[in-house]
Design a protein around this ligand. Structure first.
Ligand code: CU
Length: 167
């Protein structure tokens, strides 16, 4: 079969970019551990407090076993609610030891938000009516910024928090 020179170049270019994109997806998924959150459980966005995890007193960090943690979060325009500390102040930093397994559970009452912990493999979409869950091992120490990566309105850039992993 005869193929024109330009046809060959385009075929190589097309197949090459397909292979490159598959390699990038494979690298992100299998090496970096990035994958979508679970979307199995639904919740009434008008009444999220009916769910135990999202009662105001249950928000924030909880140690459930040795080295195992759960963080319950409510996203809203334009805040991440990590609960309050013993003085009643809003928690803005989640602190966990290095190597701990952390399950993040998050929902929203209003619009679609994002929950990305920059520099880690945590990157979730948060939709009203759903509970987004993601469990991961915090392998590296440092301060990681939580950012909303779904445009949610005029105060979108004000949505942030910090996850601190200590030695
Ligand atoms: Cu946002």
């Amino acid at each position: 079969m005869h193929l024109h020179k330009y046809e060959k170049i385009w075929l190589i270019f097309g197949m090459g970019s397909l292979a490159l994109f598959l390699a990038i997806i494979g690298f992100a998924a299998f090496w970096k551990g990035i994958h979508p959150q679970s979307h199995i459980e639904t919740i009434d966005p008008q009444n999220i407090e009916a769910h135990d995890a999202f009662k105001p007193e249950n928000l924030g960090l909880h140690e459930v076993a040795d080295g195992k943690y759960i963080v319950n979060i409510v996203a809203s325009a334009f805040n991440y609610d990590f609960g309050t500390d013993e003085n009643g102040n809003a928690v803005k930093t989640i602190r966990v030891p290095k190597g701990s397994t952390v399950l993040y559970q998050i929902t929203t009452k209003d619009v679609v938000h994002g929950f990305q912990v920059a520099g880690t493999n945590i990157n979730m979409m948060v939709e009203p009516g759903h509970i987004s869950r993601f469990e991961t091992v915090m392998k590296n120490t440092g301060e990681f910024t939580v950012v909303c990566n779904e445009y949610c309105g005029i105060g979108h850039h004000l949505m942030f928090g910090t996850v601190e992993v200590y030695e």
